[in-house]
Design a protein around this ligand. Structure first.
Ligand code: SF4
Length: 178
């Protein structure tokens, strides 16, 4: 599983809520093109220093390599992939749905393990997108929809934000702390 998690059982981690974050936003070069998508944000850095962040890449956790072929959801959205009525395909037509669903299930398992109720995931990704994803035509057109991991987390009550919503994600995290 591609994740970095703090040791469990410390007084701090029993008290403080954890945030699941797309590994590429934290600088891990795990994107399909072998690059990262590092997000600089003081609040995020503070959480990281406090051990309140778990970095996770669902596609790598689901068994896909780095680099890998770009993929898009064809015939629906992330929820439809989970339901089996849409699929995730590469530009060559290879069906990689099983890897995407496996990665989403691992993300959910991590959230359950650490009591995570908030996630900050990369917009636009067929796994991590939370408001827009590409439409399956491989022409860079996007639609209002979410990716596979986001859909599964939301189905289980986990709040998912994108990298333009870091402050909202941190406020959401604070709500749990009260
Ligand atoms: Fe980043 Fe998510 Fe894509 Fe992994 S699956 S590279 S965490 S956007």
């Amino acid at each position: 599983m591609n994740s970095t998690a703090p040791e469990r059982g410390t007084d701090r981690n029993q008290r403080e809520p954890m945030l699941l974050v797309s590994a590429c936003l934290l600088g891990d070069p795990v994107r399909y093109d072998g690059k990262a998508k590092r997000l600089a944000h003081a609040g995020l850095h503070r959480l990281q220093s406090a051990g309140q962040i778990i970095a996770f890449c669902p596609e790598v956790a689901g068994g896909l390599p780095v680099p890998r072929a770009a993929a898009e959801i064809v015939g629906g959205d992330g929820a439809a992939v989970i339901a089996g009525s849409a699929s995730v395909k590469t530009g060559n037509g290879e069906d990689v749905s099983a890897c995407f669903v496996a990665g989403a299930e691992r993300a959910l398992a991590l959230c359950r393990q650490y009591g995570i109720e908030t996630a900050l995931l990369t917009e636009g990704s067929p796994s991590c997108g939370s408001s827009r994803i590409y439409d399956g035509s491989f022409t860079r057109r996007s639609i209002a929809a979410s990716g596979v991991t986001t859909a599964l987390l939301r189905q289980h009550g986990i709040r998912v934000f994108n990298q333009q919503q870091v402050d909202a994600a941190i406020r959401s995290l604070a709500r749990k702390a009260r």
